[in-house]
Design a protein around this ligand. Sequence first.
Ligand code: TYM
Length: 328
Amino acid sequence: MRVLTGIKPTAMPHVGNLLGAIEPALRLQEEHEAFYFIADYHALTTLQDAAKMRQYRREVAATWLALGLDPARTALFDQSDVPEVAELTWLLACVLGTGALERAHAFKAAQADGREINVGTFLYPVLMAADILIYDSNLVPVGKDQKQHVEMARDMAIAFNHRFGEVFVLPEPLIRDDVATIPGLDGRKMSKSYGNTVELWLPEKQLRKKIMSIVTDSKGVEDVKDPETCNVFALYKLFGTPEQVAELAARYRAPGMGYGHAKQALFEAMETRLGPARARYEALLAEGTELDAALEAGARRARGVAAGVLARAREASGFRRAPRLPIP
Ligand code: TYM
């Protein structure tokens, strides 16, 4: 089994990325071969600032390593270090009708907002299919918002195989129910586009401030409260131990607890989980050579697999397995 997933470097990673994708993916690296990458080609559809691109790309890479990606067993790499992906995007684009892309959630949302849409945004699902199929990936751990994209990748594999023979492995999304959609500060899906994210590596003081800004109802200290409808508790459930979660739930249901107390408990639970990794994150970014070594080794492995799968797809569709001239 090969597991693969990607994160776009459009900002510092947030708690939704951590719980929805990074932690599930890190658990899978224990038992499976894993390829995790920084989706910088995808980021270019919205982030068109070279300095920020360089910065966020490193931040995402450092995040994976700080949280426990083991570069000796798991390949960590930049998407753009495997340009074969762009070539495969073209082969896949030619077996796909435009209707499927017009129905894609992200495209429809951009259209509904009246945003100007570049061709890259329209082709986004094809690039993502190429990302997945070029590594013969079996499992793709993602949050629920990416489910449609993985299903589209599967459809493109089926369409290509139908025309040209069994070239691609059919991938499956892996979405854990408990972390399918992590809520943000206002209770909607945590997302950069809603401005409701909690970034992973905020300094302690800023993290506390963010948590204190979580939206709650206006119940006072003496009112009993429902933990199940509270945005603070929704996050606490994911950071506290089962005993801590049960204890805080009981305090919600009795008079005498204000939301400030619940927020402080959430802050402490997050700090316990993220504090040690934050120090490692900062050291990785400041030092740099460990990060570069991991990304280079990862790119080498990923590219080896990608070249083989691309050669298969080229040959099946009537091209030479490799271009006549080697890459200079
Ligand atoms: P991106 O960068 O938006 O998000 C990275 C991962 O984090 C998950 N996620 C969430 N999960 C639960 N709750 C949330 N609030 C939340 N917010 C984000 C996402 O579902 C995702 O798993 N198109 C992808 C990147 C990509 C990719 C791929 C992923 C490119 N190629 C191939 C998998 C396989 C994206 O924009 O994710």
